[in-house]
Design a protein around this ligand. Structure first.
Ligand SMILES: [Zn+2]
Length: 413
């Protein structure tokens, strides 16, 4: 088969560099090639360089003309909750009226309403909705997501969600990295017996998830009133023993020690971290845990308490950005929107934000050798944006600049 060439990109943003996550000043270096091009064979990038050289070396090839455009590695969204039924429109309106979380929950909203709808949905409905979400991610230039369960909270419904994620992998162009999040909330039927629910997660759910190979990672919502440090540790240890890697929802609502727990357990990531203190930052640094920052949820909840990205970058943490796509606190699949928030609210530079949402995110999912940058040997997952300078992707917000999206060299948007 003839190769495919991409030619004449105003900026081919390769994000090429060392074979590890980028830290400190490295996050600013996107290894941009002006008038850049690349060669793709069988879905894999085989050469990257100046368009003239690429055109000469490739010989007879099908050509993608990227003139006047920025070409970027497909975004890697390392924290999403894409499988759920329904929406939370009533919560959204109540919050706009100024009602509190407690008032919204008392009116039948909150996470529990999504759990009930997701439990009730049949496999076909649930997949149809997930497929729509997958299409949204692709349209925003995202080619890989981390996908959590967590809106079932019974053995059967958690398995139903993880199988839906498996089906997204088979039947859509979006790559989904599955994470088991049975410890997302305590289900209503177990309110009196938190201990029993943790036992159910540890003794029944996790062994099934592991034996059916339905997840690569295990996550826990570590927070007072949900899963405290002791219960979070119990779930995560059990997961690790079964061969799963770890991620943690940590220090979102309170500084409850989640970051330190992530460091103790050598988790891949600690996510949210809006309330993390200096000791938490130092703990992540000492254990090389990657922080995953989710400004979309801070924005959508109407808060101003963004995580301290600058302090984390200056400490040398390999910062990751993600959408936290979910119906309650972050109803956006858009990584360009997250880049805008990262720059305006967390004072990251556009280049740091792109590094955090491509190569660093790929490493956080143990896929840094396959995706996250445009370099020979990597999958040809990339997006073509209708702009000439990569900073425009973060700058113009609220308008889609995606012209085309490719997965393994095939156009999917
Ligand atoms: Zn989340």
């Amino acid at each position: 088969m003839n190769p495919v060439t991409v030619l004449h990109a105003s900026q081919l943003v390769t994000v090429a560099g060392p074979d590890r996550p980028r830290v400190g000043a490295e996050m600013q270096d996107l290894a941009i090639i002006r008038d850049g091009g690349m060669v793709i064979r069988d879905g894999v990038i085989t050469a990257v360089g100046l368009s003239d050289e690429i055109e000469r070396s490739a010989g007879k090839a099908e050509t993608i003309d990227a003139s006047g455009c920025v070409v970027l590695p497909g975004f890697v969204d390392a924290h999403t909750h894409p499988v759920f039924a329904g929406n939370r429109l009533d919560d959204f309106e109540r919050r706009a009226r100024g009602e509190t979380y407690e008032q919204i929950a008392a009116a039948g909203g909150g996470i529990w309403s999504t759990v009930e709808k997701t439990r009730a949905a049949d496999d076909i409905d649930l997949f149809e909705q997930a497929k729509k979400h997958a299409q949204w991610f692709l349209k925003c230039g995202t080619t890989t997501i981390e996908a959590k369960s967590g809106y079932g909270l019974t053995l059967d419904t958690e398995l139903k969600i993880l199988r839906t994620i498996q089906r997204m992998n088979r039947e859509t162009s979006l790559e989904c990295v599955p994470t088991f999040l049975g410890a997302h909330a305590i289900p209503k039927e177990n309110r009196q017996t938190r201990e029993q629910y943790v036992d159910l997660v540890v003794n029944e759910m996790l062994p099934r998830v592991a034996s059916e190979k339905l997840a690569e990672f295990c996550d826990v919502f570590c927070e007072y009133g949900y899963f405290n440090l002791e219960k979070s540790r119990k779930v995560l240890r059990a997961a690790r023993e079964l061969g799963l890697k770890l991620r943690i929802h940590a220090d979102q609502l309170t500084n409850s020690g989640g970051a330190k727990l992530a460091a103790d357990l050598n988790a891949s990531t600690a996510d949210h971290l809006e309330k993390m203190d200096e000791a938490g930052i130092a703990a992540l640094k000492s254990a090389n845990v990657q922080p995953v920052l989710l400004p979309g949820s801070v924005y959508a909840l109407g808060s101003t308490c963004y995580p301290r990205a600058r302090a984390m970058i200056e400490t040398g943490l390999a910062v990751v950005l993600a959408t936290d796509f979910n119906p309650g606190s972050s109803p956006t699949p858009s990584m360009p929107m997250v880049l805008s928030l990262a720059c305006t609210q967390m004072k990251m530079s556009p280049a740091e934000a792109i590094t955090a949402s491509t190569i660093n995110a790929a490493y956080s999912l143990s896929r840094g050798d396959k995706i996250g940058s445009l370099a020979p040997g990597k999958l040809a997952n990339f997006s073509v944006f209708d702009c000439e300078d990569y900073r425009e992707i973060a700058y113009w917000f609220g308008v889609s600049q995606t012209r085309a999206v490719y997965v393994r060299g095939e156009r999917v948007v």
